[in-house]
Design a protein around this ligand. Structure first.
Ligand code: UT7
Length: 364
């Protein structure tokens, strides 16, 4: 995982809009969130998380066949953030694309990665959830600006003969609720213009109450469904990692499932809602703190803009031993080499276009 170092407390937000630390804590469970600094972006956070994941998995970027970045705040509309990460990593043998499914993006990407591996089309896939929501939040709207934060998390999925890994997934969408959570400006419907900027159309618009209602309905349903599909019962599940949107939504899901809150992983108090990064960040912390052990069954469950929702049941397989200091140094050299190669390609492309002039008919 990768988080910006800047912490923004509720008290700081209370200086910008009419709210209070007590209200935010009570209604959302959030105490503070991370905010991207001037040098941070969705791609740089994604890269940092990706490097950590590759190191933990002890996988070289050259082994990657596919890189998926789930994000609602891509670096640009295009090129894809995933392509920037591919270049910076020097993942020469990988395809790369971004996936837009709101806060459910990571679960969608994980499902897609697992299916791609099962089909035999790929062997090793890097899945990243990365967001800089602070850049699209309306800092004058107290209904939304209290909720969101920035960060990234990543996992490496690899084909294996060992039973386990991603067992079942569920992906759903109800586009009729699209306007409940949207960033209306900047696309082909409302291209950027002074009017879209003046009307705040490049910021998050949300009907919080309706999203809340939808979320409490689908979280428990989706969890039940993937657990049953895996031939398991809720008692078999060691830990549920829910999308961190609001503690009350997580508590409602736990009540509906009849599960104790100890089985729900919660870190919303420290990071707020980081959209598609919230589950991989929580997963990372759960592993680091020993909440997930080898052979545990866990469930990831999320909901978000679209509307979308989804879940996955996973049997956690032992994590490979981490890279040795020597291997870590080899990784560092590889990244340095990748940067050099990328710079050389840019230079060569410029030189070639100067020397050759416009593309000839045969080249076209
Ligand atoms: O990843 C998906 C992203 N979105 C979500 O998950 C959002 C889901 N929704 C929510 O988490 C909650 O709906 C919110 C936290 C956004 C709002 O909480 P709520 O308990 O649903 O509040 P509400 O919208 O029903 O508003 C209750 C009152 C209103 O005042 P009145 O009309 O009763 O006088 C609001 O104006 O609370 C007021 N209010 C606030 N007061 C202080 C709304 N936001 C604030 C605030 N500080 N930040």
């Amino acid at each position: 995982m990768a988080l910006p170092s800047r912490v923004m407390t509720n008290d700081e937000i209370a200086q910008m809009v009419d709210t209070s630390d007590a209200w935010i804590r009570e209604r959302t469970g959030i105490r503070e969130r991370r905010i991207a600094g001037a040098k941070d972006s969705t791609a740089t956070l994604a890269l940092r998380a990706a490097k950590c994941a590759l190191e933990v998995a002890n996988v070289s970027p050259a082994d990657l066949n596919l890189i998926i970045v789930a994000t609602a705040t891509p670096e640009y509309l295009f090129p894809a953030t995933a392509c920037l990460v591919q270049d910076w990593l020097g993942a020469e043998n990988a395809g790369a694309f971004d996936l837009s499914a709101g806060c459910t993006g990571f679960v969608y990407a994980l499902s897609l990665a697992a299916q791609t591996i099962i089909s035999g089309a790929a062997d090793t896939v890097l899945v990243i959830g990365s967001e800089t929501l602070s850049r699209i939040v309306d800092w004058q709207d107290r209904g939304t600006c209290i909720l969101f934060g920035d960060g990234a998390g990543a996992v490496v999925l690899r084909a294996s003969n060992m039973p386990g890994g991603v067992l079942t997934t569920l992906l759903r969408s109800d586009g009729s609720g699209g306007e409940l959570l949207a960033l209306p400006g900047g696309g082909s419907r409302y291209p950027p213009s002074p009017t879209t900027v003046l009307n705040g159309m490049h910021k998050i618009h949300m009907n919080g109450r309706e999203v809340f209602r939808f979320a409490t309905r689908v979280m428990a349903q989706a969890t039940r469904s993937v657990v049953e599909d895996a031939g398991l019962t809720l008692e078999d599940i060691a830990l549920v990692i829910p999308h961190q949107a609001n503690i009350r939504i997580i508590e409602a899901a736990a009540r509906s499932l009849g599960m104790p809150m100890e089985k729900m992983y919660v870190n919303i108090e420290r990071y707020g809602n980081t959209s598609s990064a919230s589950i991989p960040i929580a997963l990372c912390e759960a592993i680091e703190s020993g909440r997930i052990k080898a052979d545990d069954y866990i469930v990831l469950v999320a909901f978000g803009a679209g509307l979308t929702w989804g879940a996955a049941t996973i049997k956690w397989v032992p994590t490979p031993p981490p890279a040795s200091p020597l291997e870590q140094r080899a990784h560092a050299v590889r990244y340095w080499w990748a940067a050099l190669r990328s710079a050389w390609r840019r230079f060569w492309r410029r030189l070639e276009s100067r020397l050759k002039g416009p593309a000839t008919a045969s080249e076209k």
